[in-house]
Design a binder for this molecule. Sequence first.
Ligand SMILES: Nc1ncnc2c1ncn2[C@@H]1O[C@H](COP(=O)(O)OP(=O)(O)OP(=O)(O)O)[C@@H](O)[C@H]1O
Length: 239
Amino acid sequence: MEIVRVSNLQKAYGDNKVLKGIEFTANAGEVIGVIGKNGAGKSTFLEILMTLKPYDEGNVLLFDKELRVLSTSQLEQIRKDISAVLQPTQFYKTLKVVELLKLFKAYYNSPVDIEQIIADFKLQPHRRKYFDKLSGGWKQIVSLAIAFLSEPKMLILDEPTTGLDPHMRNMLWTYITDYNKRTGGTVILTTHNMDEVELYCDKVMLLNEGINEVFDTTEGILSTGYKSINDFYLSKVSI
Ligand SMILES: Nc1ncnc2c1ncn2[C@@H]1O[C@H](COP(=O)(O)OP(=O)(O)OP(=O)(O)O)[C@@H](O)[C@H]1O
């Protein structure tokens, strides 16, 4: 089943044309890595998919519906099926980790067991700490745990493993892979870590000079003679 279909997507910030005609599709159950150099437009692309940012030209269909023509209530309906990593805000200051998880569980009306999430994300030692007292990496982990609470049909993660130590990175990828197998949810993420793309992503989109220079399966890319996805990236993208 097709979850996302993007055609000729264009977006500029003033004179800075960032996306110049992106073609992209995501099917249910796929894990897709969006790669490209700093400033290539990855976050802009994800924010459009999250329905947070307007676009100038082209079509973006989420769950078969064109975003541009949706009413506010239709957009809200679609957002229920999407989850994204929330940025830590001032609002979390007064809440402990376990309270935050309970709050979002109630907000999403989530069937997910909080104790299970705490165990899966190794949050037991931190459950009674205030969110704003956590280290950067643990804030990231809590934000990710919240994103999974709603059991979304589509999960959008902007550099989810940046700032995580190797164990936490492993833990997160295990969780993403399990979630994907268990629920058939689609995951679209950005990362600068090409080893992670090679290990865990079904498909890769390389954003370069505003277009999807390559959009293929990870296996497809490797079968064209590259030693690794890192090798592929380095030979395709110049500084
Ligand atoms: N709100 C904004 N207003 C103006 N320009 C912006 C805005 N957001 C992003 N840009 C510009 O758009 C371009 C793409 O930025 P974006 O953050 O999408 O890239 P990215 O691929 O995610 O980069 P990185 O890998 O460094 O996170 C950059 O030139 C950036 O300066």
